[in-house]
Write a protein that binds this ligand. Structure first.
Ligand code: UD1
Length: 369
């Protein structure tokens, strides 16, 4: 029997893992394509990588490029250099990338320069804010992709406006929500996670995450945000799983004391199943993450996005998300409103039904096999 044609699938950073898990599983069960998993090593900590691989049932990557952290140029260049020879060895029929992290654009560029078709999952999302590193990664990856899979209708309009041919674009739904529906039943109860950190918060708490450079890299911005969140925590205790970059900045700017006075439980980054359990049991999520805006919408939990824009507008128009920015008064007003009214109710957006990965595999088969 001839070996199956190989599709190189790339992961690099934490939000990639829940996107690749359902795609990898669907490719495996198709028995038409052999997925070859490359981890760039952009995220490498146990809590940022291995725990997710285990909980999501992703096998050990076929190759780990071990790139690690660095400036954008350094990280992107290292990934490109180390990824190129893999494509020579593996000889795939295409390369599949997900999301908008540096690993996405770096591997995408290598693939197209080697005349290999690029497949982009989660294409067409736009914040229209080019100071955001991810926005550059999104626009450029979409320009060089041969197949573009979208999660919401607005994405197609963005792509058409940027001159992408319509027949390359496929609205398939959201693979991150495939992962959520697959694993929700196994989520770790919130009480269990909180007890592990010696907290007994009672039934009412919020979840906080922060890691965007625009929020955490500048001392004054970070301090102003944290002061507001300390105030919020006196009304609604907060659980704050802290990204390594954020923790580093809190320490560098001497802001640890501020948190110590608050009703804020700071934990290391949590696993996927712990996070799902916390979010589904929470009154409210405050975040600058992209993925959490979507997960809260799928779970029906109100989300206040601590950014001035979102590249995921369907979470606002149909879901539970409100973009509140970083102004203390606006955050405070939105929290009060949410606690008083129970927060924004929404519905699950079209095709966020747990079957996006299956649709992706079908289109890949039709296009390439
Ligand atoms: C990256 C993505 C961002 C995504 C986020 C999710 C880019 C440009 N950004 O941001 O879109 O939302 O991942 O987490 O690709 N670090 C560790 N251990 C790790 C990984 C990182 O300590 O396993 C620390 C290092 O100090 C590193 C810093 O975090 O310098 C930033 O890591 P990096 O991969 O550059 O970007 P993120 O902020 O994680």
């Amino acid at each position: 029997m001839n070996p199956l044609p190989k599709l190189v699938c790339v992961v690099g950073a934490r939000p990639n893992f829940m996107k690749i898990a359902p795609i990898y599983a669907a490719l495996k069960s198709s028995r038409t394509v052999d997925p070859f998993l490359v981890h760039t090593g952009q995220h490498y900590d146990e809590a940022m990588k291995d725990l997710f691989f285990r909980q999501l049932g992703i096998p050990e990557p076929d190759i780990d490029l071990g790139v690690g952290s660095g400036s954008h140029a350094f990280q992107t260049a290292q990934i490109m250099q180390r990824f190129e020879p893999i494509l020579d060895d593996v000889a795939p029929f295409a390369v599949l990338v997900v999301g908008d992290v540096n690993s996405t654009i770096a591997c995408g560029l290598v693939a197209v320069k080697k005349q290999l078709p690029l497949i982009h999952v989660e294409a067409g999302l736009r914040s229209f804010d080019r100071t955001m590193p991810e926005e550059i990664n999104r626009v450029l990856t979409d320009q060089i992709s041969e197949l573009l899979f979208t999660t919401e209708r607005s994405a197609k309009e963005n792509l058409l406006r940027e001159g992408i041919a319509e027949d390359k674009i496929h609205f398939v739904g959201n693979v991150m929500i495939d992962a959520l529906f697959t694993h929700l039943g196994r989520s770790v109860p919130a009480e269990e996670t909180l007890a592990r950190y010696g907290w007994n918060l009672g039934a009412q708490f919020g979840v906080l995450t922060l890691h965007r450079p625009s929020n955490v890299d500048d001392a004054r911005t970070l301090e102003r945000l944290l002061r507001t969140l300390v105030m919020v925590s006196r009304k609604l205790p907060l659980v704050f799983p802290c990204h390594p970059r954020t923790l580093k900045m809190i320490e560098r700017y001497g802001l640890k004391g501020l948190l110590a006075e608050a009703e804020i439980l700071v934990t290391p980054p949590l696993g996927y199943l712990e996070m799902l359990g916390l979010v589904r049991a929470s009154q409210l999520v405050l975040t600058d993450s992209g993925g959490l805006q979507e997960e809260t919408t799928a779970l029906g939990v109100p989300c206040l996005t601590l950014r001035e824009n979102t590249e995921r507008p369907v979470t606002v128009s149909e879901g539970t998300n409100t973009v509140v920015g970083t102004d203390p008064d606006r955050i405070w007003a939105a929290v009060e409103d949410t606690l008083m009214t129970g927060g924004k109710r929404g519905r699950i957006p079209p095709l966020w039904d747990g079957r996006a990965a299956e649709r992706i595999v079908r289109v890949v088969e039709e296009r390439f096999l």
